[in-house]
Design a protein around this ligand. Structure first.
Ligand SMILES: NC(=O)c1ccc[n+]([C@@H]2O[C@H](COP(=O)([O-])OP(=O)(O)OC[C@H]3O[C@@H](n4cnc5c(N)ncnc54)[C@H](OP(=O)(O)O)[C@@H]3O)[C@@H](O)[C@H]2O)c1
Length: 255
């Protein structure tokens, strides 16, 4: 019997099998070793592009069953290892934390020392306990900064939180360019995550240090707010960047 948590839902599986994997790679693009923690919608949605791009991808699961491995193989068109969480991160340089925010702390605690590893954080803390509107917003807090404090030594990059998993899986569904804003305190980590995003058929825009996650996470709330007030509509984030002809920036980030 198939349970809700043993594999992704039927609806998600059908959305995920619908799109085609994008692999926008150049011949000399470096290959990464990636652990995707969580075999749900986001892990599947973005993971397919990274597998297609030739990266070494391992899924980490609380329950790495044959059933999950078969489900992934069906979606990706080829076998991808599904192991325990700790085993998946052991050989990985890059980790995608594709689990619910509410279990991020315990998940990270189970992994051991992540020093030096790049930790991609796509999480969104629940907007409100009862899905009510207006959505609560705390401008002095972000999940990403908390996650950094729970995994000291890792290089957290906030990314992929303000896009629906179906558009992740199939960027053409966005009907135009889709921007993923990213931020983090390590320039090399951000560049490598930006490359993975580009290879997935999406556009990455780096908005600075990790404190910017407060704004990036607010973008996801904007997405929810719009869908709440316009039930028949949705939108994609697309930043049309251009050279600065507005003069010097007046403010600088501070903690
Ligand atoms: N859904 C979206 O469109 C979307 C978009 C952007 C960002 N996000 C964020 O990305 C993260 C993953 O979202 P998702 O939609 O992929 O979630 P999901 O479909 O529910 O999958 C989450 C996965 O996390 C693992 N997990 C570990 N502990 C868990 C627990 N106690 N309860 C449930 N699952 C647990 C499970 O994998 P195993 O059973 O294999 O351990 C599960 O499949 C979340 O933080 C979410 O806020 C979601």
């Amino acid at each position: 019997m198939t349970t809700r948590r043993s594999v992704i839902t039927a609806a998600a599986a059908s959305a995920l099998t619908g799109g085609e994997a994008t692999a926008q790679t150049a011949k000399d693009d470096p290959k990464e070793t990636i652990a995707i923690l969580g075999t749900g919608r986001v892990g599947n949605g973005i993971g397919r592009h990274w597998v297609a791009a030739g990266h070494t991808v391992t899924f980490g699961s609380r329950t790495p069953t044959t059933e999950k491995a078969e489900e992934l193989a069906r979606i990706f068109g080829r076998k991808v290892p599904v192991t325990g969480l700790k085993e998946a991160v052991a050989a990985a340089a890059i980790i995608l934390l594709a689990v619910p925010y509410r279990v991020a702390r315990e998940t990270l605690a189970s992994l051991g020392d992540l020093t030096g590893k790049i930790l991609i954080d796509p999480t969104n803390a629940p907007a409100s306990p009862n899905n009510s509107y207006p959505l609560p917003y705390n401008p002095t807090w972000s999940a990403a900064e908390e996650i950094q404090s729970w995994a000291p030594g890792s290089k957290v990059v906030k990314a992929l939180n303000h896009i629906n998993y179906m558009v992740m899986a199939n960027p053409k569904m966005g009907q135009g360019p889709v921007t993923i804003t990213i931020c983090g305190d390590d320039a090399d980590a951000k560049a490598r995550v930006a490359r993975l995003i580009t290879q997935s058929g999406l556009e990455a825009v780096d908005v600075g240090p990790l404190i910017g996650a407060r704004l990036i996470e607010a973008l996801a709330k904007l997405f929810s707010a719009y869908r709440y007030t316009h039930p028949d509509m949705t939108f994609e984030v697309h930043l049309r960047t251009r050279p600065n002809d507005l003069g010097p920036v007046q403010t600088r980030p501070s903690r």
